[in-house]
Ligand binder design. Structure first.
Ligand code: FE2
Length: 271
């Protein structure tokens, strides 16, 4: 466990907090081995879903919309050709696996049971934390795509905003292999947009505030494997493509506060 008072103070001040050594090397290896197993059992022909945060078309994809309580695979944008065929070997084609690993996969569920995730979230101010979604993020060498600037509260909406991200580095994350970047203190700015699910399942970004992100103040969060990075739901963050020869695996969980109202317009229907 991190020294929680410092952890909470950094989170409050910067909108993120970093705790090295939160996850043992053994657990990092165990989660990566499980990711490898899941990918080995995945048939790419069953899915055309490609993950990117700046492409709205994924929104209409039922495979995505129904992934909240399941273990589903999302491909790298560059992994498929225009006909939908894989351009790379399967092991490097998957961008992420989500979004119900923490409930539906025995190994990831065990990880949650053995680590005090809810306690960490409570220390960051959530009154009744609820782990809503989880993702194994693979970021394969050479092909792992970038994730553009965004606030997680765009994608998981409560009133008031309460989402917190717990992001675990399973490999060393560096600028070369696509580590997180964040803008310290910028969680005090407004939520810029919402991603709404309409009753007909059409998805739409709704602009709320056009204040630009102060990206000139961004810093890289280069962290060793086993580090927990907690991210405030209003904190703008991003990650680069992985153009290195090294993997950059991560596991990420998003928690909301059940003391807040969960919006009906969320893409994720609560299981
Ligand atoms: Fe995010």
């Amino acid at each position: 466990m991190p020294a929680l008072p410092d952890f909470a103070a950094s989170f409050e001040r910067d909108g993120f907090a970093v705790a090295e050594g939160w996850v043992s090397q053994a657990w990092c290896e165990r989660l990566k081995a499980r990711i490898d197993e899941l990918v080995a059992g995945f048939d790419p022909a069953t899915v055309r879903s490609v993950f990117t945060t700046h492409e709205q078309s994924r929104a209409t994809d039922r495979y995505f919309l129904e992934s909240g309580d399941d273990v589903r695979f999302f491909l790298e944008e560059e992994a498929v050709d225009t006909a939908g065929a894989l351009r790379v070997e399967r092991s490097r084609s998957v961008n992420k696996i989500g979004h119900g690993l923490h409930r539906r996969d025995a190994v990831f569920r065990r990880f949650g049971e053995e680590h005090d995730l809810l306690g960490a979230a409570r220390s960051l101010g959530l009154e009744r934390p609820h782990a809503l979604q989880s993702m194994a993020i693979l970021k394969p060498p050479g092909i792992g795509g970038e994730v553009g600037w965004h606030q997680d509260a765009t994608f998981l909406q409560t009133e008031p905003p309460s989402v917190v991200g717990l992001w675990f580095a399973l490999d060393d994350a560096t600028r070369d292999n696509g580590c997180l970047w964040a803008i310290p203190g910028s969680h005090r700015g407004p939520l810029r947009q919402r991603w709404d699910r309409h009753p007909d399942d059409r998805m739409e970004f709704i602009a709320l505030d056009d204040a630009p992100f102060a990206t000139g103040n961004a810093i890289p969060l280069e962290v060793p494997a086993g580090t927990l990075v907690a991210l405030h739901g209003l904190l703008p963050h991003r990650s680069d493509a992985n153009r290195s020869e090294r993997w950059r695996h991560a596991y990420s969980l998003h928690l909301v506060d059940d003391a807040c109202t969960y919006a009906d317009r969320n893409w994720l229907r609560r299981p």
